[in-house]
Design a protein around this ligand. Structure first.
Ligand code: SF4
Length: 523
């Protein structure tokens, strides 16, 4: 069987990381520090069909696959990257790769690789795949085009000089943006050499009119909305207009995943609290729409767990009854913690006001630290586990801002367990480095190596110490299954302990005095 269009992604995103919470952050780990056998163990290969057809694939790739309607279904295939050579032959016209972090410029990679001093597995595996595809084309004298898209494609716009270097010079075109409304046109333009080398789409299709996925998506993920509207200056998704998916559409896509055997799913949005938002002034959640959405999803036969991907903190602080109600609908409980990724970003009300004033709504930026404490308490009380992101190096960040963050982290570590008990208090804060995206695209990257300061280091250190604490105190309801728990203790926890040890020696080398943290907290 020959295929005209072959779709794939590298192994760093073609894995479910054994369902370990935050497991996909491993793709950003530096290969110089995390040994290959350990990484490949975590980044477990997905099952394949026949000779290497992907049984599951990233949702974005599945949408693109479904949108290619000018070609017969049996001429388009999505494959596991390890078997790509089985699917390319002289009839192949396009090989398209979905990527998340091809040059390791994402905020997690930038932090884990110390600003690019080491190489993340995401960058390494992407470049290996490009190299392999380039060699297949050259060796066999094939003529197919190599197209790159997906959520990390923007990295080539920022570092277009990479496209002149090996192996990236094998890439023909880069597409950035939403293409599920215009995939056919783009592919025809590509084949007719009419597509700009780097093409940014400014199309924002009505998402209920885009084709539904035909095949299962990774982690059973489906989309309920696109765009956000909270207007954080550094945020790329915020550049997209907010659009909401219809319930009927959502249910049909979920069914595709359930039919393939999934019993859980991730509900994708940039902030699920904004689903069908009607109060754009205060950002108070649309209660009825959220209750209807999750009630209808939870009723689907065969589905045991539902987790929203991203959600902000302020609505959880504002409406504890709604958190409780949603938790009941999603069957949250001590044996089923609901994962959520909110952006905490900083403990500084000044920076909140300057860069992301709508993130605190319906509260004011001055109330941010209490919003974080109360939001976490309301999440935790109802069995939600927030994995917060923090950003280091936001342009204009001062020592006072960092001291505010250190104080807030301390409040979270002490006040939350005091108020609701240690067993119920669960959160992590993951420090990321500032990336110039969104309306801050012209600003500079935060250089982890050159711009690290003692105070920034303290934020980093406190966060990682707490992650290790959470991993070592994780209850079975937080970490699913005995196998996952065993994996945590045998592999993940030692890796993170090594990291904290590494951070301590880094502090020692730089002359940072960790005892100052207490002085800041008590000042
Ligand atoms: S709340 Fe999150 S998704 Fe929305 S604009 Fe801010 S950073 Fe972006």
């Amino acid at each position: 069987m020959s295929y005209e269009i072959v779709l794939t992604a590298d192994r760093s995103i073609m894995s479910e990381y054994r369902d370990i919470p935050l497991g996909d952050f491993f793709s950003c780990a530096p290969k110089e520090i995390v040994p290959k056998p350990l990484f490949y163990y975590f980044a477990k290969k997905l099952p394949i069909i026949n000779n290497g057809i992907a049984s599951r694939a990233p949702y974005g790739l599945r949408k693109f696959e479904a949108s290619i309607t000018d070609w017969k279904i049996n001429k388009v295939v999505t494959v596991d990257p390890a078997y790509i050579k089985n699917f390319i032959d002289k009839k192949t016209k396009i090989v398209a790769i979905n990527t998340m972090d091809p040059l390791a410029l994402g905020p997690v990679s930038m932090m884990f690789t110390f600003g690019g001093i080491t190489t993340s597995y995401s960058k390494f595996l992407f470049s290996e795949l490009i190299k392999q595809i380039g060699e297949i084309r050259k060796k066999n004298n094939y003529n197919f085009k190599l197209l790159i898209g997906g959520p990390g494609a923007w990295q080539f716009e920022l570092r277009s000089n990479y496209l002149e270097r090996e192996p990236y010079n094998n890439i023909d075109n880069i597409i950035i943006g939403e293409f599920d409304g215009i995939a056919n046109n783009v592919l025809h333009d590509l084949l007719n050499n009419n597509l700009p080398k780097i093409y940014r789409s400014h199309e924002f299709p009505i998402i209920s009119e885009t084709p539904k996925i035909r095949n299962p998506s990774l982690n059973g993920l489906i989309e309920i909305m696109r765009g956000c509207g909270r207007n954080c200056d550094f945020c790329e998704p915020n550049l997209r207009r907010a659009r909401y998916q219809s319930l009927d559409y959502i249910k049909k896509e979920i069914q595709v995943n359930i039919d393939s055997g999934y019993k859980y799913l991730w509900v994708q949005s940039d902030d699920f609290w904004l689903y069908k938002l009607d109060d754009h002034k205060t950002f108070k959640p649309n209660k009825d729409a959220l209750i209807e959405l999750f009630s209808e999803i939870s009723k689907i036969k065969g589905l045991k767990e539902v987790h929203p991907t991203h959600g902000s903190i302020a609505p959880a602080a504002y409406d504890p009854d709604l958190v409780k109600k949603l938790s009941e609908i999603m069957h949250g409980g001590k044996n089923n913690w609901i994962g959520i990724q909110p952006g905490l970003e900083t403990g500084s009300p000044r920076l909140m006001k300057q860069v992301m004033p709508f993130k605190t709504k319906p509260f004011s930026p001055d109330e941010w630290d209490d919003v974080v404490i109360n939001g976490t308490i309301n999440y935790n009380t109802n069995y939600w586990f927030p994995a917060y992101t923090l950003i280091l190096g936001i342009p204009g960040e001062t020592d006072e801002d960092l001291k505010d963050t250190i104080k807030l982290l301390h409040r979270m570590e002490t006040e939350i367990p005091d108020k609701i008990g240690k067993e119920k208090s669960h959160f992590v804060t993951v420090p990321l480095s500032f990336i110039p995206a969104g309306t801050m695209r012209g600003d500079s990257f935060f250089d982890v190596d050159k711009e690290m300061t003692e105070l920034r280091f303290f934020v980093l250190y406190m966060s990682w110490k707490h992650i290790v604490y959470e991993l070592s105190h994780a209850s079975p309801g937080v970490v699913k299954g005995i196998l996952s728990k065993a994996l945590l203790y045998t592999s993940a926890l030692p890796t993170f302990l090594i990291l904290v040890h590494f951070l301590k020696s880094w502090a020692h080398k730089k002359g940072y005095d960790l005892s100052k943290i207490d002085k800041i907290i008590n000042s």
